[in-house]
Ligand binder design. Structure first.
Ligand code: COA
Ligand code: ZN
Length: 310
């Protein structure tokens, strides 16, 4: 089998996954899941969100999670990021010592309003405040997650211009940015995913300060297909959630993220290295599946282990 460009998988179950779980998961359990995922050799995990505890009560212990890993991770080659929806959250994250921030805004006004109660322009102002603070800090790294890049639960197919405008505004701030192209509803179709990802990667190719990630959901069973089309279009960073957990509480009908184990299984069997230990990842999915009242997804973990080696 011909070896191809490797990919990086960003594990988002501890944020995008847990945020959709209603009963509060005790902090020590969240930490145990993150540890199990780290055993699977991920280089990057999104482990929480500095959001309003009224909006997402499950994320209320994010500072404690980061504190628990601050020492453990100082000598390990792993990056732990956190989601922030506004300038207050950004400052809270920086104050908690987090350097890897994921700012979220949507390409559609209705979803942005439903998710963060701001217009897109207001969210952009919040982003500017975060960047002004982050620039002063050693090690600051920014991901801008653009939600509803392909489809909005309220407005339908997202016009490309809305996405391009957000990217252009963010790049004007003149710092390195990784953009997360988020198929929030899972209703991006492979041809649409390939066209937009390809255009963005190609257009910005010479610029080494810009990186692209694809964040897929598996609502319509298209998660892995969309990731493969994104890969063929030049994307090399993929968000995914162990056990297919997840979903935006402000996107009605959207189900879990593309399951990490489905993505790892597929990429590895195509000769595309992920760096993730599939067997250890499956162990971690069992921990997640055992949590009370979780809505899991994915395919690979349901098969006998002997049928799923990479
Ligand atoms: N973290 C914690 N508290 C926050 C906060 C944050 N990031 N941002 C605002 N607050 C607090 C304010 O201090 C204020 O507190 P008070 O009532 O004690 O004075 C209160 O929340 C209201 O502040 P306001 O700016 O008016 O927020 P809001 O009610 O308009 O909510 C968000 C805006 C962004 C904070 C909220 O919608 C949110 O957290 N959304 C989460 C989105 C999300 O995670 N979606 C899923 C991932 S895509
Ligand atoms: Zn998501």
């Amino acid at each position: 089998m011909k070896a191809q460009d490797p990919v990086q998988i960003v594990e988002v179950a501890p944020r995008d996954g847990f945020q959709a779980v209603k009963p509060f998961i005790p902090t020590h359990t969240k930490i145990a899941v993150v540890e199990a995922l780290m055993e699977a050799k991920y280089r990057r995990l999104e482990v929480g969100a500095f959001v309003s505890p009224k909006a997402i009560p499950q994320m209320a212990d994010t500072a404690k999670i980061h504190a628990a890993f601050a020492v453990k991770c100082s000598t390990r080659p792993v990056r732990l990021s956190t989601l922030v929806p506004n300038a207050i959250g950004g400052q809270m994250a920086l104050d908690a010592g987090v350097r890897d921030l994921v700012f979220v805004l949507s390409a559609s006004e209705s979803h942005n309003h439903s998710n963060v109660r701001r217009t897109i322009a207001e969210s952009q102002e919040e982003l500017e405040i975060i960047v002004a603070a982050g620039r002063q800090i050693d090690g600051f790294q920014l991901r801008v997650n653009i939600a509803t890049v392909f489809d909005c639960p309220y407005e339908g197919r997202t016009p490309e211009k809305a996405v391009l405008d957000i990217i252009e505004h963010a790049l004007e701030m003149g710092i390195p940015i990784e953009f997360g192209l988020c198929d929030t509803t899972g209703r991006g179709f492979p041809d649409h995913v390939a066209a937009l990802c390809g255009e963005l990667v190609y257009k910005h190719k010479p610029d080494t300060s810009v990186a692209w990630a694809f964040h897929g959901h598996d609502t319509y069973g298209l998660g892995v297909a969309n990731a493969l089309f994104a890969y063929n279009a030049g994307i090399r960073i993929f968000d995914a959630a162990a056990a297919g957990l997840g979903g935006c509480p402000f996107a009605p009908g959207a189900s879990g993220n593309t399951a990490s184990e489905d993505l790892v299984f597929t990429f590895e069997n195509m000769g595309i290295s992920t760096g993730v230990d599939l067997s250890k990842l499956l162990d971690a999915t069992a921990l997640i599946d055992a949590l009370p009242d979780v809505d899991t997804g994915g395919h690979v973990r349901l098969l006998p282990r002997m049928r799923i080696s990479a």
